[in-house]
Design a protein around this ligand. Structure first.
Ligand code: ZN
Length: 308
């Protein structure tokens, strides 16, 4: 008898848990298709707030993607891909997250939503970085140890302790490392604590005319931090409100390898004037130093007249 009751309880419990997600997805009898989509949309967002329920949120988004056809003008299919990508990211399934963000990117490109296109590209880059970090941690070895060391130093940037100054200087040096993974991680860590951002702004402001190498490194971290999700707002306007400083950002290919580098800091008026790319700044009246994201070599954008 006890055994039977045990089986019965187990059976009831497992049926209850396995039925629950599909219960959420079952259409209520009196619902219109539109009401069903709205209900599922809200349920997915609410469900994703609970750490153990992200897979359930993914499943609801998958159901929504069945209901919203690509031709549907009423509902934003791209937004469902976007949210599902974020839930995949929380589950550390980076491949699926990138695939969904690429779907959202196509959606935004087809609708000519330029701001959203930029935001999607930024999220795809960010997700690739998260994936790369997870791979490095999983592989272990010296590089994983070095990443742990960088994380330890970065934690000091959040405090007022005397160690925060040397920690900043040490991480700043890693922006010049020959390894692209280390440069990217250093930039990511420096871009988070408010005190670190303030130091980067000060370095850029004080040194962009006298020390292009340091100013270029500092400005580039700020450029990657710029939020691209403001409609009808230029990067310079966003920088002004985020950092309170006059700085604009452009893209320019590497002098050495041709790689397309982004978020290069320049004075706000400099973008109107033409510039050249060189391996060294020679006696240029104004130059901006760039360390290429791919080859790690330094090159310069130079202006024939000081644009500041
Ligand atoms: Zn290069």
């Amino acid at each position: 008898m006890g055994f039977l009751r045990h089986i019965f309880r187990r059976d009831r419990k497992s049926r209850y848990t396995s039925l629950r997600p599909s219960t959420l997805a079952v259409k209520h009898p009196a619902e219109t298709a539109d009401q069903e989509i709205k209900r599922l949309w809200q349920t997915a967002r609410r469900t994703a707030l609970t750490i153990g329920k992200r897979q359930e949120a993914v499943d609801i988004c998958t159901k929504l993607l069945d209901l919203i056809t690509p031709a549907d003008q009423e509902h934003d299919r791209g937004e469902v891909f976007h949210n599902r990508a974020m839930y995949y990211r929380m589950l550390k399934d980076y491949d699926s997250a990138i695939k969904d963000l690429q779907q959202e990117l196509h959606f935004a490109q087809n609708r000519g939503q330029q701001q959203r296109v930029r935001f999607c590209k930024k999220l795809i880059d960010e997700t690739r970085q998260l994936q790369r970090r997870a791979q490095i941690a999983q592989q272990g070895g010296r590089k994983a140890d070095f990443f742990d060391q960088m994380t330890t130093q970065a934690q000091k940037l959040w405090s007022d302790s005397p160690e925060s100054g040397p920690a900043f200087d040490w991480l700043f040096q890693q922006l010049r490392d020959s390894d692209a993974d280390i440069r990217t991680e250093a930039a990511r860590l420096l871009a988070q604590p408010p005190k670190s951002l303030e130091k980067l702004v000060n370095i850029y402001n004080a040194q962009h005319k006298t020390n292009p190498a340091d100013a270029g490194l500092a400005g580039r971290v700020l450029g990657r931090k710029i939020d691209t999700n403001y409609p009808n707002t230029s990067p310079a306007q966003v920088a002004k409100s985020m950092f309170g400083t006059d700085i604009d950002f452009i893209e320019a290919t590497c002098f050495h390898c041709g790689y397309h580098n982004e978020a290069i800091p320049i004075p706000p008026n400099a973008g109107k004037n033409s510039f050249k790319r060189r391996a060294n700044p020679e006696h240029a009246p104004y130059s901006v130093s760039v360390i290429c994201d791919r080859c790690g070599q330094e090159y310069f954008l130079i202006w024939d007249a000081d644009p500041t």
